[in-house]
Write a protein that binds this ligand. Structure first.
Ligand code: NAD
Length: 363
């Protein structure tokens, strides 16, 4: 198959959908890969590396779309890319159709085949192409939290791990899923005293088994949260209720219970946030302060570490991309239920119930 890798053009998107290692894998399977010039630069991969791995470098995005049967990308196409998409061209990328009616109609009209990373689903209902970004965000939450706890950045001025003779900081992690687990591991590794709260008792049992001794687990409820926030130094918001807005576990009036300089990193901000006062921020301006509490609420945290994020994402997407290239989307989806769940649009029809419902379209 002829595969095209365009350079991402969405604002501040430095990831790339295929690394030189991915090109080499595709070549091994007999595919031809065209990469747009400088597509990998933001993630640290030069055109020469792609060329050495066997890719053909094309100067413009127009040429990549024109030649490719399958486009592999990171973010959904933006309006300037719509005219480049050809009928029956396979697009494998994040789409998030339920949040853009315009994009949904554009892809239907183009007759594109849209396989969305975010809805590829395993039989245990996990979302293998979302997990890597949650892993990145979870680990990064502690890195950012530790930084903003520093006094010059308006934090309490406490070192996460303490030092001999001085107790470590207290970290409260709300939600013990992918983000929460990675955050807790990082905080524990730095020597902090960590508490993870979740609603699921089986999940708490599992976490209790695998976490080191400086991580405690507790049931998530209003009583426990109210008590824990009073002496937490860093709070990580990591809850998710699939398909719904995040619950506000910390309300505005609860901020006054917290010590000045406490940092909250609300990773769940992309679902509305689990701290009521969180509103989305950017990497350019990541924090704001309300009632002396430092709020870090960047909605695309992995964007700050494109090298790691690109490798993490492509580790997960490549095996699926190879199947699509080897078999074509119809056979690949017929033989693999996980990939089939990723089919959102094909032959001018919506094939994913949630998207059809979001825009009142036939399914
Ligand atoms: P997940 O499904 O793996 O984990 C969510 C956890 O929250 C589950 O264990 C669930 O039991 C728990 N939970 C639900 N309600 C709760 C409550 N009331 N109290 C405590 N725990 C509760 O989800 P995830 O992959 O860890 O993602 C968490 C959030 O982070 C999502 O909103 C996701 O979109 C977001 N995220 C944000 C970024 C970013 O850049 N800001 C990046 C990746 C993920």
């Amino acid at each position: 198959m002829i595969i095209g890798v365009p350079k991402e053009i969405k604002n501040n998107e430095n990831r790339v959908a295929l690394t030189p290692a991915g090109v080499s894998e595709m070549k091994k399977h007999g595919h031809i890969v065209y990469v747009q010039a400088t597509a990998g630069l933001g993630s640290g991969f030069a055109d020469e590396e792609y060329a050495q791995a066997g890719a053909v470098i094309l100067p413009t995005i127009e040429e990549v779309y024109a030649i490719a049967e399958m486009i592999i990308k990171v973010k959904e196409p933006i309006a300037s890319e719509y005219p480049l998409i050809k009928k029956d061209q396979l697009l494998f990328t994040y789409f998030h159709f339920a949040s853009s009616e315009e994009l949904t109609h554009a892809m239907l009209e183009k007759g594109a085949v849209c396989l969305a990373y975010e809805t590829v689903e395993k039989t245990d209902r996990s979302l293998p192409l979302l997990v890597p970004m949650s892993e990145v965000a979870g680990r990064m939450a502690i890195q950012q939290g530790a930084k903003y706890l520093e006094k010059p950045l308006k934090g309490r001025g406490i070192l996460l791990g303490g030092v001999p003779g001085v107790p470590p900081a207290k970290v409260l992690v709300l939600g013990g899923g992918i983000v929460g687990t990675q955050a807790a591991k990082m905080a524990a590794g730095l020597g902090a005293q960590v508490t993870i709260m979740d609603l699921s008792l089986p999940r708490l049992r599992q976490l209790d088994d695998i976490m080191p001794a400086n991580v405690n687990t507790e049931m998530s409820n209003h009583y426990n949260i109210t008590r824990a926030i009073k002496d937490a130094d860093l709070i990580v918001g990591a809850v998710l209720i699939p398909g719904a807005k995040a619950p506000h576990l910390i309300t505005r009036d609860m901020l006054k219970l917290m010590r000045p300089g406490t940092v909250v990193v609300d990773v769940a901000v992309d679902q509305g946030g689990c701290i009521e006062t969180c509103t989305p921020t950017t990497h350019e301006n990541p924090t704001f302060i309300i009632d002396d509490i430092v709020h870090y609420c960047v909605a695309n945290m992995p964007g700050a570490v494109p090298y790691t994020s690109t490798l993490a994402l492509t580790n997960a997407t490549l095996p699926y991309a190879v199947q699509l290239a080897n078999k074509g989307w119809e056979k690949a989806c017929a033989e693999n239920e996980e990939l089939k769940k990723g089919l959102n649009v094909a032959n001018g029809k919506i094939l994913y119930k949630g998207v059809a419902e979001a825009w009142n379209l036939p399914f």
